[in-house]
Design a protein around this ligand. Structure first.
Ligand code: HSE
Length: 434
């Protein structure tokens, strides 16, 4: 039987999960793929910690170069995350003709073209099912199962930490800081949680999905990014009770009229849309293809075994093709780079929360400024009375241009009666064009 020797760089949570699957499911994987996987070496800076699995000590090393330089190793599984030294290890392994399996979303998002070009040059494959959506099989669905479609749009809840925070605020009325603390205690957040809450992790994953779905050419610079730290439990309550919507951090990527729209921000979506049911730390990706229509993929977007499941599925997929003469790039028909529409050209409905004094003339001042910028109000609510202090005024607008909206709000925020920065949340109709 054909044997494939692999080297694993990074024996953290996911690396340990991969070792567990390879040792428990070895026979089944062998039957399915017709290949025997042998883990020849595992590199990690800490090779003494007990991870609750049995590993022969002689395969452990603290030196990743021992994997890269080992001529018998055909596949390098990179699971250390971050840009360096992961990038040098991956490029070094590619140079030596090794295939790569990685779950490193930040590295792929920041250096997509360079890594893909090098892989092509050396005739090796890069597989990355674990990089987006943990255990959800979204990458191969886009690159393989949906190739008979032109993908028009992707809407993703692809950061479990933010979804958990928003869901906890919604269910328990906790404020943002308390909900974040709970997410950290549960181990969902990145080492630097600002990557989660500021939307950067979602942007990394969206760049990968959009590059695959729209055939290349999407970079991190193309993505408008806004996080969730300004959302309050009251916004979530008003969205639900007054407007029948919920608030999610969405990654949105659309292709229409030969342009792309790529953005990450808190978004109001109708409560009857399937994405609004995505609870806790789960992830979901809703996409539209021209032939298949709409699809939703959901499941555990992070964690040891779900992500390890995706990584091992990449090994099996590679095993089935490894001896074919030509390599199989993820995008075989790269298209010329498309124009990305700047966020100021977005047209959508907005939820707006003003914080103002509770006195006559306040609404008139706000609405006349909105009218000046041709923004039409669909609905307005003032829930509380507060002669002593500021009160929230919440509005839903009809469709308006982002540029006009931003200019109007900046003018309104300079009024004496406005006591805190106004919050805008974009609404999403969940269609390809808006
Ligand atoms: N911090 C990430 C999340 C982990 O919350 O989704 C998985 O990429």
């Amino acid at each position: 039987m054909r044997e494939i020797k692999i080297g694993i760089i990074g024996l953290g949570t996911v690396g340990t999960g991969v070792m567990k699957i390879l040792s428990c499911e070895g026979t089944r994987l062998q039957k399915h793929s017709g290949v025997r996987f042998t883990v020849k070496r595992v590199a990690d800076l800490d090779i003494t910690r007990d991870r609750g699995i049995q590993i022969e000590p002689e395969i452990l090393t603290t030196d990743a170069k021992k994997i890269i330089d080992d001529e018998e190793i055909e596949v390098v599984v990179e699971l250390i995350g971050g840009c360096e030294p992961a990038k040098s290890y991956i490029l070094g392994a590619i140079q030596k003709g090794k295939h790569i399996v990685t779950a490193n979303k930040a590295l792929l998002a920041c250096h997509w073209e360079e890594i893909q070009d090098r892989a092509k040059e050396h005739g090796v494959e890069i597989l990355l099912e674990g990089a987006v959506g943990g255990g959800i099989p979204i990458i191969r669905s886009i690159t393989s199962l949906l190739t008979s479609n032109k993908i028009r749009s992707i809407f993703g809840i692809i950061n479990g930490t933010c979804n958990y925070i928003l869901a906890t605020m919604a269910k328990e009325g906790r404020n943002f800081d308390e909900a974040l603390q709970r997410a950290r205690e549960k181990g969902y957040a990145e080492a630097d949680p600002s990557l989660d809450i500021e939307g950067v992790d979602t942007a990394h994953k969206l760049v990968i999905l959009a590059s695959l779905a729209f055939k290349g050419g999407v970079t991190l610079k193309d993505v408008y990014v806004e996080g969730i730290s300004k959302i309050t439990p009251q916004d979530i309550l008003y969205a639900r009770e007054e407007f029948g919507h919920c608030i999610k951090l969405l990654g949105v990527a659309k292709e229409w009229e030969d342009t792309l729209e790529i953005r990450v921000h808190p978004t109001m979506i109708p409560e009857n849309h399937p994405l609004s049911d995505v609870d806790g730390v789960n992830n979901a990706i809703y996409l539209e293809g021209d032939n298949v229509g709409s699809l939703i993929f959901s499941g555990q977007g992070a964690g040891q075994m779900p992500t390890a499941s995706s990584v091992v599925s990449d090994l099996v997929s590679l095993a089935q093709r490894i001896d074919r003469p030509s390599n199989h790039p993820l995008i075989s028909d790269v298209e010329p780079r498309k124009k990305v529409r700047p966020i100021k050209e977005l047209k959508t409905k907005y939820y707006v929360r003003f914080t103002t004094l509770d006195q006559p003339g306040v609404l008139a001042a706000i609405s006349s400024t909105l009218a000046k910028y041709r923004i039409s109000i669909a609905s307005v609510i003032q829930k509380e009375r507060g002669p002593e202090g500021p009160v929230p005024i919440v509005m839903l607008t009809h469709e308006a241009e982002e540029e006009s909206m931003v200019r109007a709000i900046s003018e309104i925020d300079r009024l004496e009666i406005v006591k805190a920065e106004t919050l805008l949340i974009r609404c999403e109709e969940m269609t390809t064009t808006n």
